[in-house]
Write a protein that binds this ligand. Sequence first.
Ligand SMILES: Cc1ncc(COP(=O)(O)O)c(C=O)c1O
Length: 435
Amino acid sequence: MLYDKLKNNKRLPFHMPGHKRNIKLLGNKFPYDIDITEIDGFDNLHSPDSIIKEIEDKAKEKYECDNSFILVNGSTVGILAGILATVKQGNTVLIARNCHKSVYNGIELAGAKAEYILPELDEYGILKAVAPDELDEKIRLFNPKLVVITSPTYEGVNSDIEKLCEITHKYNIPLMLDAAHGAHYVGYAKYADITVMSLHKTMPALTQCALAHVNGHLVNPEEYRIKLSMLETSSPSYILMSSVEECLELNLDYWTFINKRDKLLKECKKLRHLELIDYDISKLVVFCGYSNINGVKLAEKLRNEYNIEVEMAAKNYVVLILTACDDFKNYKLLRKALFQIDDNLKSEEYISDKLPQLPQKSTKKIENKKLLNFDAASGNVCAEYIWAYPPGIPIIVPGEIISKEIISYINDSLKSGVNIQSTYSELPRKICCQS
Ligand SMILES: Cc1ncc(COP(=O)(O)O)c(C=O)c1O
């Protein structure tokens, strides 16, 4: 294992990093003792042929795919590389509108253009899976060079990956699956041409650890590695890479986890106002739309009164991440908190969230930009991204026309306390537009 090799490395460090593994001097607050660079015998992430290759081979075997790549800059870098390796300037990329902003950034970097699939909302205001028929129809309409979808989504909604891949392959188009939230599914990476998954989200790897998997003949794995090398640091952290290996080796007790989780879900069926929605084992969505509390206030209550920090707060729900590494005592505390909060809630009519229509696109290229008052910007061409964070999914993107509906949707979200961010950080006062 890489970790043992790092621990046993007693060579005198006349090389980077500058801390020289001197824990006598620096203390052991940080893992200086195993923090090295690419010295002889420790392989090279950008052209691996020994210990790093062995880790990538382990990943390939575990996730049942043709090629696996360690990523030390999160799924973000795997997504960017996937787009740059498959599309050229002017090409169209068909994406589910609820893709992460890294997908939009990748398309911009490639000089390509995006067309969208907008999944429907379910009864809770959560975006549903990508419908196979819609994918087929949009491929015929837009003739894309790449399709990108997110599954599972932030809320844990899974699309029928096998079916969606069958459709894109019928047209010889690669599908990139953003499974940043799906690393706990080992069988998930064998269908798509590129699958990117964050080991740090639903698996116990250190933050920034992720994997990319490349299958089949529609994507050249060498081209993918080249693009990764362009985007990723030339000094990848061995601590992170070792954490990837550890994560691949671990045998987690899913049986106990699923039982404890099921018990929590079953007990919470007795809640009167709050409702637990169960889309994916790694997620717990607590829906509060039928009560007089909103998602942001519910998250605040859990934090301030019960010391429970959730992953994300939306208008009508909060999302919690559950994993096989949980301390199950915390499930009892969570249950107690939910019941106490529930006891003090009142019923309220649920007004289901309506997504604004996909904004119209301007045909003109953005050359110059200006900041306008947000509330008066309707009819102008947006020159920045606006997104709720988390989950980092854009509401409007550069080149789209700002409508009254979009302005009121964003104002509404801000009023509910949802964390809305924009490229130029001037919202809610100003928005950057084409001048
Ligand atoms: C759906 C989705 N894709 C990609 C990413 C980026 O992942 P990472 O933080 O590992 O770079 C995120 C991060 O939240 C995400 O939610």
